[in-house]
Design a protein around this ligand. Sequence first.
Ligand SMILES: [Zn+2]
Length: 78
Amino acid sequence: MSDELPYIENEAGGIAIPCQLKIAEDCVQIGQFCESREDARHWAEEECWIYSGEGYFCVQCNDQIMRNISNLQTKKMN
Ligand SMILES: [Zn+2]
């Protein structure tokens, strides 16, 4: 698996994975800062973040997408 994911590093050298979408009002924006990229990624997976192939996005944003899709479908039907 490639490791070209976007990572965020803080002053303390912690590494976190940002949410790729940031479309939900309650989006967590950034994952927990961990000691390594592997840990950051592990954290995202533990939190059930969704891997898009280019990055991860949080469960809240996933819910938002689902809502958007169902809104779209409702509009089409009317
Ligand atoms: Zn998000």
